[in-house]
Write a protein that binds this ligand. Sequence first.
Ligand SMILES: N[C@@H](CCC(=O)N[C@@H](CS)C(=O)NCC(=O)O)C(=O)O
Length: 222
Amino acid sequence: METFTLVSHALCPYVQRAAIVAAEKGLAVDRITIDLADKPGWFTALSPTGKVPMLLAGDAALFESAAIAEYLDEVAPGSLLPADPAERARHRAWIEFASGTLADIGGLYAAPDPEAFASKRAGLRARLARIDEAIAGPWFGGDAFGLVDAAFAPVFRYLDAFERRADLFLAAGYPRIAAWRRALAARPSVREAVAPDYPQRLASFLDHRGSWLSALIREARR
Ligand SMILES: N[C@@H](CCC(=O)N[C@@H](CS)C(=O)NCC(=O)O)C(=O)O
């Protein structure tokens, strides 16, 4: 069987997508964690973007999480995308939407003041409203776990972490999301996509961000 190496970073949500898909497809993947502040020369030589995840598969060095996820899906039996071409296109589009949602979350945890935070929060909630309308349940596309579920799981891991630490309720009022994120949080592939020390690492990252969210979390701890 082919050996796969996933070039990773402990907190990267895009790396989680690849790890979830590999686990769902029963593929064993070794991980190498790199320091994104001091990228190794072999990595920058191989990666056109300099971003993780990168998947080393035989002679190939694959980049971009969506491409890696589809590759892992294709090399093992079964498919995490629907069979119908229009449905496949729709699922790919929602994976892109999940990437935009991760970018919005990045904007939220980086927002320096209450005004910027409120504007990012409103943008994120507008996205969540659209997602809520699109979920078939119990998984995004219905009865089968798919690539869209893998793409969104890290979104809700962030929201779970933020909401545990501060009084935020970012996805309040979206019933389908509430059920979906509970199912995602309980899925073994999702749980095991991060290391056991992930919560502490994320907490430390948020603490040191110096953003409005860092202040809200500090306030909630008082
Ligand atoms: N579009 C990329 C995004 C990956 C990404 O943003 N990775 C971040 C870490 S989460 C990264 O490697 N950043 C390092 C850099 O930009 O220098 C994907 O889906 O794989």
